[in-house]
Design a protein around this ligand. Structure first.
Ligand code: AMP
Length: 187
């Protein structure tokens, strides 16, 4: 079973991805975490992406797509992929379809966590205190939200026509969102 958790920054994608990983013994593919790791390692990729990341802008599709390729083709992770923060552009959505097809896999569920802008800003301000992420700064949060609306929203429009698409009220309590996801997976 491969699942995409989709939604704006601060929607709770990572939290729900972790829930699914524990429950179904699968793998969280958080492109944000993978990219932050490259910066931490000070790798060539890390040097290229640090400015965009800290500025709340997306990293180039080419870089993210390349990092993802290895994971999708990893036999140990086959049909156990929980995508968190990918795809975020139409180009990435098409790339994912291509990679899954080549590796004889499908997307089985797309969960869209719908949360409004005010709640997102409140949540990210809280997360900043806990996780100390440099891109959780108030000004950058607004930029990330704008990027989501301009670049990622078309992906939502694209997926919303898919029969595997499920919209969930992301403003609910964490456990209630998890229960809702479980309920859909059980059907
Ligand atoms: P996240 O941890 O998912 O909130 O991602 C943090 C930051 O990483 C984003 O604001 C982007 O700069 C970058 N990033 C994560 N995933 C992607 C992606 N799929 N495409 C482009 N940039 C990404």
């Amino acid at each position: 079973m491969n699942i995409i958790i989709f939604g704006p920054p601060g929607a709770g994608k990572g939290t729900q991805a972790k829930f699914l990983v524990n429950k179904y013994n699968s793998f969280q593919i958080s492109t944000g975490d993978i990219l932050r790791e490259e910066i931490k390692k000070d790798s060539e990729i890390g040097k290229k992406i640090i400015n965009n990341m800290n500025d709340g802008k997306f990293v180039d599709d080419e870089i993210v797509n390349k990092l993802l390729e290895k994971i999708v083709f990893d036999k140990n992770k086959k049909n156990k992929l929980i995508f968190d923060g990918y795809p975020r552009t139409i180009d990435q959505a098409k790339n994912l379809e291509k990679l899954l097809e080549k590796s004889d896999q499908n997307i089985d569920y797309i969960f869209f966590l719908n949360v409004n802008k005010d709640s997102i800003i409140r949540r990210i301000e809280k997360r900043k205190i806990l996780e100390k992420r440099s891109d959780d700064d108030s000004e950058i949060i607004l930029k990330r939200y704008d990027t989501y609306m301009v670049v990622t929203k078309p992906v939502l429009d694209y997926y919303s026509k898919n029969k595997k698409f499920h919209e969930i009220d992301g403003s609910m309590e964490i456990n209630d969102i998890s229960s809702k996801i479980e309920e859909i997976l059980r059907v």
